[in-house]
Write a protein that binds this ligand. Structure first.
Ligand SMILES: [Zn+2]
Ligand SMILES: [Zn+2]
Length: 384
């Protein structure tokens, strides 16, 4: 797809002044800002496009290059052989700044990026991570939890501006509010983040005493969290806007709860299915019977064991597994029986088993009978 003209994106004439560009950008950016259009891919795309256009045109140097070479001025794939190649290294670094600005806006957490006053001074707060360990039972049923998170919140004294009551931040004298300073180094002009205002473009002459000018203070907050049923090890629960407060009135970040599951004493989980090994006695395996197995609902479930059940046999309990996150689907439970060989026999038990052994015929233990017959044949040289 051909790239749209930057002036066209901003809806301004090619002769537009810096002030015209700025107001056109602000007006359009407000409409398609992702915070106002959550989930709207089209708006997000327009917002990116708008940022890119404005980043290119607000800088007189880049604007001159764009006027001369069009989009090719910023096309790094052109390399140094391009007529605009002389700008190459300089623009490469400027481009990374553009991305800092662009994605800083979406992702938050970057400091000192960007030279535009109104944006860099209002930084989005960082996203926070909170680790929570839950049991399989809690993952099964869901859980309402209360968590305490140390986080920065917007300073109430100065409403997040960082300036003392009754005063306002003033434009940075070093960079004149641009947040960046330029220095010539031989052929190149290098742009650096302004050391005085660290890219904010403004300085606070009279800092707010409550937050020392940061615009936010650290507090411990208590949050109510609903962990939905069906979460898995590694599931992240996002609490929009519950992250760190933005800097100087910027939007807050998000809080992510990273869940990990404690191992369970009976059950192994595989997605929505549960597996459980159940030992059964030799007589139950041979004669058949009924066993009771635990379930996560709490009540025990009865499982019928048919006569002649072998060790390792699996039984499926439909719908006794885990719920699937945000759906009505429920997994199954698989019981694997483990036949236990009797030990510590009484004299009477021994007699009974000896009697049983004498009564045994080929059909009682077909597998072992077949195996030992083959072993006998092997040693007598009748084949393998
Ligand atoms: Zn304050
Ligand atoms: Zn400055």
């Amino acid at each position: 797809m051909a790239k749209r003209d930057y002036y066209e994106i901003l809806g301004v004439q090619r002769t537009a002044s810096e002030q015209d560009l700025k107001s056109a950008f602000r007006k359009l950016a407000k409409d398609c800002h992702p915070d106002r259009n959550p989930g709207d891919k089209d708006a997000e795309q327009r917002f990116k496009e708008l940022n890119e256009a404005y980043e290119a045109l607000k800088d007189p140097q880049k604007r001159a290059a764009y006027d001369k070479f069009g989009h090719a001025a910023f096309d790094q794939s052109m390399g140094r052989g391009h007529p605009g190649g002389g700008f190459g290294p300089d623009f490469a670094s400027s481009m990374s700044d553009i991305f800092d600005d662009l994605f800083g806006e979406f992702m938050g957490g970057r400091r000192g990026g960007g030279g535009q006053r109104n944006r860099s001074s209002r930084e989005r707060g960082a996203d926070l991570r909170y680790n929570m360990e839950i049991t399989l039972e809690e993952a099964f049923a869901g859980k309402a939890a209360e968590i305490r998170v140390p986080t920065s919140i917007s300073c109430e004294t100065c409403s997040g501006t960082g300036a003392k009551a009754g005063t306002k931040p003033s434009p940075c004298p070093t960079c004149g509010g641009m947040g960046k300073v330029r220095a010539s180094q031989g052929f190149f002009t290098i742009e650096r983040t302004c050391p005085t205002c660290v890219g904010r473009g403004e300085v606070i002459d009279d800092p707010c005493p409550a937050c020392s000018g940061a615009g936010r203070v650290t507090r411990e907050r208590t949050l109510q969290v609903n962990i939905p049923a069906g979460v898995e090890d590694g599931t992240k629960v996002r609490l929009v806007g519950d992250g760190e407060a933005g800097l100087r009135g910027g939007p807050p970040g998000d809080l992510y709860i990273f869940l990990s599951l404690k191992p369970h004493s009976f059950f192994q989980r595989d997605g929505a299915d549960l597996f459980c090994k159940v030992p059964i006695s030799m007589t139950t395996a041979a004669l058949g019977g009924q066993i009771e197995v635990p379930t996560l609902e709490g009540a025990a479930s009865r499982v019928k064991i048919p006569e002649g059940t072998e060790s390792g046999k699996q039984f499926r309990l439909k719908g006794k597994g885990m719920p699937v996150l945000r759906s009505k689907v429920v997994g199954d439970m698989y019981i694997q029986v483990d036949v236990e060989t009797p030990k510590n026999l009484t004299r009477r038990q021994r007699e009974l088993l000896e009697e049983f052994e004498q009564e045994s015929h080929k059909g009682t233990s077909p597998e072992s009978a077949g195996f030992f017959a083959r072993v006998k044949d092997f040693f007598e040289g009748k084949g393998g």
